[in-house]
Design a protein around this ligand. Structure first.
Ligand code: PPS
Length: 290
């Protein structure tokens, strides 16, 4: 940990790079994750926060359940696809038949070494950063592990500078993309899922090597539609509200382009300038509105 880099009493900076919430995340536990046992059959769902993790979690679990009907577990999605860095006692150490699933917001250099050396499957979800920022702003207001943002403008600036939990969106996305030839990784865009969820599920099944019938694919798609997930207590994270760590739910609007209801013209122009500076050589384009 880089203790001189404390900018916010709720956050610490890891190795001078990414920021993490102090409560519940211990720097040593994070470092110990590097040596975690990994199986080639493990599936890691990776993302920057608010990029579609909960959505992809539902999709992956439904695909795995359909492919392994004899192994379907009871429990919420949160328990069945636990957070790697959130609860180090469970995460991907879980003793269960393959494939094991876990989700993480860690950048690639903090993932267990075995993810690369054993060729575990990584699914990385990306979303246009303006909507990520807005979703993160709303989520931060209900995150009792930290003070709520003073204003949208404050949060906007912190996000652009990467001074939010899990650090810079720009670095996160770039670092994962730079691993595309080293890791067994499949990239999915949130907005592509909004456009044609079935097509994205079919691509995921191919990556995961799960041969699903058309009917099973339809079931995955149907169960993952926003309105269906929102009322599914196993998928909607409402149990976290009872846990007192969160007072807002994760399923808010589920659309593309909500940033237009939040950004001022000046903020938008500033964000576009920063985006061009940081991402102009990035070979993937983002969908800003639909
Ligand atoms: S978290 O807390 O970091 O894990 O959040 P994450 O799940 O990555 O992102 C939350 C946003 O994803 C939206 N969401 C969905 N959109 C469309 N369809 C489905 N099924 C779906 N499920 C979750 C959720 O509403 C958050 O976006 P916003 O813009 O806040 O609505």
């Amino acid at each position: 940990m880089d203790s001189l880099d404390l900018l916010n009493p709720y956050l610490f900076r890891h190795n001078g790079k990414f920021f993490f919430i102090k409560e519940g995340l211990n720097p040593k536990d994070l470092d110990d994750l590097l040596d975690l046992d990994v199986r080639p059959t493990d599936i890691y769902l990776a993302s920057y926060p608010k990029s579609g993790t909960t959505w992809m979690q539902q999709i992956l679990l439904k695909i795995v359940d359909a492919a392994h009907p004899d192994q379907v577990e009871d429990g919420t999605n949160r328990e069945r696809c636990p957070m790697l860095e959130g609860d180090t006692s469970s995460s991907c150490r879980r003793e269960r038949p393959d494939p094991r699933l876990c989700r993480t917001h860690l950048p690639p250099y903090m993932l267990p070494h075995g993810v690369q050396t054993k060729g575990a499957k990584v699914v990385y979800v990306m979303r246009n950063p303006k909507d990520v920022l807005v979703s993160y702003y709303h989520f931060s207001q209900g995150l009792s592990l930290m003070e709520p943002p003073k204003s949208f403008d404050h949060f906007f600036q912190d996000f652009v500078e990467g001074k939010v939990p899990w650090g810079s969106w720009f670095e996160h996305v770039r670092e994962f993309y730079s691993e595309k030839d080293q890791m067994n990784i499949h990239f999915v865009m949130y907005e592509d899922m909004l456009k044609d969820l079935r097509a994205e599920v079919v691509k995921l099944c191919a990556f995961l090597e799960k041969d699903l019938t058309d009917e099973a694919i339809s079931d995955v798609v149907e169960s993952s539609i926003f309105k269906n997930m929102k009322k599914n207590p196993k998928a909607n994270y409402k149990d976290l509200v009872a846990n007192e760590r969160y007072t807002k739910i994760t399923m808010r609007k589920g659309v593309a382009g909500d940033w237009k209801n939040h950004f001022t013209v000046a903020q938008n122009e500033y964000f576009d300038r920063v985006f061009t500076e940081r991402m102009s050589d990035f070979p993937v384009s983002f969908t800003w509105d639909m």
